[in-house]
Design a protein around this ligand. Structure first.
Ligand SMILES: C[C@H](O)CC(=O)SCCNC(=O)CCNC(=O)[C@H](O)C(C)(C)COP(=O)(O)OP(=O)(O)OC[C@H]1O[C@@H](n2cnc3c(N)ncnc32)[C@H](O)[C@@H]1OP(=O)(O)O
Length: 712
């Protein structure tokens, strides 16, 4: 078996110990044992005065391999528990009789950084990335990070970094006193070697982080900081325990001593790594990495082409949001409208949005003007000669004329709600340059961008659009094209199911509360307000026309709109919004619901008003899962986990529940099926389970595993 650490002793008496587990030098029990053996070997050699610990090929270590987390582990003995943290990191590395200096380049995350923290000094490149990212996986730093980081940078900064899994650059780490010096990559080892010799020869201090006290706040202040951190995490994530456990472990070190706390940390890690929260978060971590892989496209390794100039055609308020997003990311934008009046309105909308953005960001007064200089409003196509991307927001078709005006590499996309892939660009000769692009259910602020890949869209165009999405700081998800179905349809099912319950007499605000208690960022009605009732009604109508049997025909939205309730855009919808954007229930809502009931042909179902929170959540999310299974079984999304990522980023679904498909699958397909089947008998086709769920339930197999067999 190949060694996972290398040893190289120089004539200066410094041993370089390098972690060697490419590509990211991930840690495992084997790597840790090798590290222990190599360090012990170096300590025994008379020609070694000091040791530099580093990672091969410019990557210190991206921490532990998280695939080992989230599963059930047998009970461990106390010795096994503290083995890596106490015997290896603390007693062998930190307790070494010769000084150890960490030379950090590239990633130093989780356990990787914890090894560096146990060294007696740290030298880093300015671009290295450092962070204790464990809480992002529902665990806590398990190699002494809960004790050493607060002692190196102070409790306040350490809590900020640990609780938010915050990553800092080498440069920032230097200002935090997390690293002792910065060196360019080509001089990193040289500087670290000299530093190690300086410690060995008493020219620099030999610092043992575990017992450092000068950066730690005084006892009373420290406990007050921890108390307020506890309150804050409880307020933000009342369903999660791992953050509280982590704060307890940090406090234990302050009250009972850091070595004592290392045992507590090891026990807590053992417990948390088996939790469902950890399993779900690890699932989301890998799912997020998968979405960047598009079969038949990304493995070709094409380089993305850069867009400088983007044209937006029509689209009113929605397009103005996209225009704002583009100019804030330094794209030149051509706004094309059909007449003077619409153009003036559009220009003013973009101006207002940029001004209010600058105000919210507390930017200087000239910033909006600077951004606005990137926007040009036009009524004709003269300026399209050098645009690289066209986003059509309204038109159903793409004209041959436009194709001729634009350069031959220009990409044509539709952002239209009623985008019909068959007619869009039908008469042109550039089918390989046509795609759909959704800035996510018309709210460009959500960190998701859906790219609809048509039958003929070229791989290069998909690469270009994915890169464009990332430059806008969105996660691009590529979907196939089928009858206008996409992640939007899943979202619409979810929101329509919530409206169905409200129209059946369930309190709107209780529904929203049930969802925020479940962990969603916003309840469904707050989300409709955010999307805008006009947009929501338009998409709803499109679905009713395209899928008349399985769509829900809501009365409520048009009634609300009739009384000028448009959502956040005009500060009234399901909620009313004050000048600071604070939402309070709309006092008129029952009046609108009564009207909807009077015009509805469905009888109110009193049983539904007795639903528990969990039942409400299932009844609203299972129809969305039903839609998800259709998207997957028809091959519209590449893999089931893409919908988990889309639900986390686009719906605000709690990542710690793993995403909509993953979460639903924990109930088992027979449970999901029998619920949908029962609801459909009473409440109609909207709830009818799709053939795929029916088949999985009949075979009593997992929805996800079965789908993988289907498509891989
Ligand atoms: C006990 C300890 O306290 C616990 C811990 O150490 S917890 C672990 C903490 N570590 C982390 O959070 C690091 C997570 N990784 C990352 O952020 C990024 O991978 C990175 C910034 C290091 C590198 O990014 P990038 O260069 O884009 O490479 P990326 O594509 O993400 O990763 C390369 C491969 O390694 C995998 N990988 C990355 N980090 C991993 C990890 N910690 N565990 C398992 N696999 C990992 C990726 O999934 C990917 O696999 P693939 O090629 O099969 O898709």
């Amino acid at each position: 078996m190949a060694w996972k650490t290398g040893l190289d002793v120089g004539a200066d008496g410094v041993a370089i110990v390098a972690i060697n587990n490419p590509p990211l030098n991930l840690l495992s029990v084997t790597v840790m044992l090798d590290l222990k053996r190599t360090i012990e070997g170096a300590l025994l050699r008379d020609d070694v005065k000091a040791i530099v610990v580093t990672g091969l090929k410019g990557k210190f270590s991206a921490g532990f391999d998280v695939t080992t987390f989230g599963g059930r582990q047998g009970k461990r003995t106390k010795k096994e528990l503290g083995f890596m943290s106490i015997e290896i990191v603390t007693d062998t590395l930190e307790g070494a009789k010769k000084p150890l200096v960490a030379a950090i380049d590239g990633p130093a995350f989780g356990g990787g950084l914890e090894i560096a923290l146990a060294c007696h000094a740290r030298i880093s490149t300015s671009t290295a990335q450092l962070g204790l990212t464990e809480l992002q996986y529902g665990i806590l730093p398990g190699l002494g990070g809960t004790q050493r980081l607060p002692r190196l940078v102070g409790l306040t900064k350490a809590l900020e970094m640990i609780l938010m899994s915050k990553r800092v650059s080498g440069e920032e780490a230097r200002t935090l006193t997390l690293v002792d010096a910065i060196a360019p990559a080509d001089k990193l080892l040289g500087v670290a070697r000299q530093w190690a010799l300086d410690i060995a020869e008493c020219r620099r201090p030999w610092i043992v982080s575990l017992y450092k006290i000068d950066r730690l706040e005084p006892f009373v202040e420290a406990r007050a900081i921890l108390k307020s951190a506890r309150l804050e995490v409880q307020r933000q994530n009342p369903n999660l325990v791992h953050q509280l456990v982590c704060i307890d472990v940090i406090e234990h070190g302050i009250v009972s001593g850091p070595r004592n706390a290392l045992w507590k940390e090891a026990e807590a890690l053992q417990e948390l790594r088996q939790s469902s929260t950890c399993k779900s978060l690890v699932h989301v971590f890998f799912a997020q990495r998968q979405v960047s892989k598009v079969p038949g496209v990304t493995e070709r390794k094409f380089l993305p082409r850069k867009f400088n100039k983007v044209a937006l055609i029509g689209g009113g308020s929605m397009s103005s949001e996209v225009a704002k997003l583009l100019v804030l990311n330094n794209y030149q934008v051509i706004l094309k409208e059909k007449d003077e009046k619409s153009l003036l309105e559009q220009i003013n909308r973009v101006k207002r949005k940029l001004q209010s953005h600058a105000k919210n960001q507390k930017a200087d007064q000239y910033r909006p003007q600077k951004f606005f200089s990137l926007v040009k409003g036009v009524l004709d196509y003269d300026d399209f000669k050098d645009v690289e991307l066209v986003i059509e927001a309204e038109a159903e078709t793409l004209s041959l004329n436009l194709e001729k005006i634009c350069p031959p590499h220009c990409i044509f996309t539709s952002n239209s709600l009623t985008f019909n892939s068959k007619s869009f660009g039908e008469k042109t000769n550039c089918h390989d340059r046509i795609a759909g692009i959704h800035f996510f259910c018309q709210s460009p602020n959500l960190p998701l961008m859906e790219i609809v890949r048509m039958k003929n869209t070229s791989p290069q165009v998909i690469i270009d659009l994915m890169d464009f999405g990332r430059k806008l700081r969105k996660t691009p998800i590529v979907v196939g094209d089928l009858e206008g179905r996409s992640f939007n349809s899943l979202l619409i099912k979810y929101l329509h199911a919530a409206i169905f319950l409200a129209e059946e007499g369930v309190d709107v605000y209780l529904i929203d509360k049930a969802f925020t208690n479940f962990g969603m960022l916003l309840g469904p009605f707050r989300m409709i307000d955010m999307l805008g009732l006009q947009v929501f009604e338009a998409i709803g109508k499109m679905y009713v026309e395209t899928f008349p049997d399985s769509s829900y025909r809501s009365k409520l939205i048009s009634i609300l709109r009739h009384c000028d309730n448009e959502g956040e855009s005009n500060a009234q919808g399901f909620y009313r919004y004050d000048n600071c954007g604070m939402a309070t229930p709309n006092p008129e809502i029952n009046k609108y619901l009564q009207k909807a009931e009077n015009t509805s042909y469905m009888a109110i179902e009193p049983e539904l008003t007795k639903l528990s929170n969990d039942e409400m959540v299932e009844m609203i999310l299972f129809p969305a899962l039903n839609e998800a299974c259709q998207l997957i079984s028809k091959g519209i999304v590449i893999r089931p986990s893409d919908l988990d990522v889309a639900s986390v980023l686009g719906m605000g679904f709690p990542a710690y529940r793993g995403g909509i498909v993953y979460w639903s699958d924990t109930f088992g397909s027979p449970y999901v099926h029998s619920n949908l089947e029962n609801w459909s008998k009473v409440h109609g086709e909207f709830f009818k389970p799709c053939a795929y769920i029916t088949e999985c339930a009949a075979k009593r197999v997992s929805l996800v595993v079965h789908l993988y067999f289907f498509f891989v």
